[in-house]
Design a protein around this ligand. Structure first.
Ligand code: ADP
Ligand code: MG
Length: 250
C-alpha cells in the first residue's frame, strides 16, 4: 500500500530525512516512534505530499505520490491529480482542527458534500453511521467546544473516514489529550485496525504499538535505526538509542 524508497528531505541546511526505506503492506499497522525532532511528522507529511521530497520515491496504492513518470523522467502532478491522490489518504493530527462553528455531524459531512459531491441526505446518513462507529451517536449535534478532547479527536477520525480513505496517517493523535481520554481514542484506532485499514501511526503509546502494530519503526535523527515486530523490538531493543528512548517514554 505504501512503498517508501531512499527518501531524503531537507529544510534549508537541516537534513531531516536521510534516506528512508519503508513498506506498509495493505491492512497492516506500522507504528513510528522516536524522539522529538527525529523526522516522524515530516515522514508522514511526505507520504501525503503535504511536503515535497528532495530525492527518492513514495508510492501509495501503486501510484507515485505527487509525480508521474514518463520516459524515465518525473513530472509534477497537476493540482487536481494531487488532490485526487490525497483524497485516498486520511490524516489525523495531534490537534483536531474541527470547524468550530459546525456540529459534529456537519464536520463529518463537510468533505463528502463539498469534495465528493455526495448528496446532503446521503452524507448525513453516513456521518451518523461514522459517529456511531466512534462511539458518538449521541453527540452529533454538539459543537466542538461542547465536546471533550477525546470526543473531538474521535469526530476528527470519523471526518477522515467519511472520505473513504484506503490509508490512514495518525500523527501523535493522543498526545494533546488528558491521560484519561487517551484510551477512548486508542480504542477507536484499534477497531479501525481490526477492520483491515492500512495505518501509519506516530505515537508514544507503546502498549498500542505492542498490541496493534504489525511493525514498529524507531526513527532517530532522520534515519530508521531499528524496525521489526513490535513485541520483539520492545522486549529486546538492539540499539542503545532505542533503549534510552524507551526508558523515557515507558
Ligand atoms: P518529529 O515529528 O519527529 O518531532 P519533525 O518531522 O516535526 O520531527 O521535525 C524534524 C526536524 O525538522 C525538526 O528539527 C524540525 O524543527 C524540523 N522541521 C520540521 N518542519 C519544518 C519546516 N517546515 N521548516 C523548517 N524546519 C522544519
Ligand atoms: Mg511530530
Amino acid at each position: 500500500m505504501v512503498r517508501i524508497r531512499s527518501v531524503r528531505k531537507r529544510f534549508g541546511s537541516l537534513e531531516v530525512l536521510k534516506g528512508i526505506d519503508l513498506d506498509v503492506p495493505a491492512g497492516e499497522v506500522v507504528c513510528v516512534v522516536g524522539p522529538s525532532g527525529s523526522g516522524k511528522s515530516t515522514l508522514l507529511r511526505c507520504v501525503n505530499r503535504l511536503e515535497s521530497i528532495d530525492s527518492g520515491r513514495i508510492w501509495v496504492n501503486g501510484e507515485l505520490m505527487g509525480y508521474t513518470e514518463r520516459d524515465g523522467r518525473l513530472h509534477t502532478l497537476r493540482p487536481h491529480e494531487l488532490s485526487r491522490q490525497r483524497r485516498g489518504i486520511g490524516m489525523v493530527f495531534q490537534r483536531f482542527h474541527l470547524f468550530p462553528h459546525r456540529t459534529a455531524i456537519e464536520n463529518v459531512m463537510e468533505g463528502p458534500v463539498t469534495v465528493l459531491r455526495t448528496s446532503t441526505a446521503q452524507a448525513r446518513r453516513q456521518a451518523k453511521e461514522l459517529l456511531d462507529r466512534v462511539g458518538l451517536a449521541d453527540r452529533g449535534h454538539h459543537y466542538p467546544a461542547q465536546l471533550s478532547g477525546g470526543q473531538q479527536q474521535r469526530v476528527a477520525i470519523a471526518r477522515s473516514l467519511a472520505m473513504r480513505p484506503s490509508l490512514m496517517l495518525f500523527d501523535e493523535p493522543t498526545s494533546a489529550l488528558d491521560p484519561e481520554l487517551v484510551q477512548e481514542v486508542l480504542a477507536v484506532m484499534r477497531d479501525l485496525a481490526a477492520t483491515g485499514m492500512t495505518m501509519m501511526v506516530v505515537t508514544h503509546e507503546m502498549n498500542f504499538a505492542r498490541e496493534v502494530g504489525d511493525q514498529l519503526v524507531f526513527m532517530d535523527d532522520g534515519v530508521i535505526v531499528e524496525r521489526g515486530d513490535p513485541r520483539e523490538v520492545l522486549a529486546a531493543p538492539r540499539h542503545e538509542r532505542l533503549r534510552a528512548f524507551l526508558g523515557q517514554v515507558q
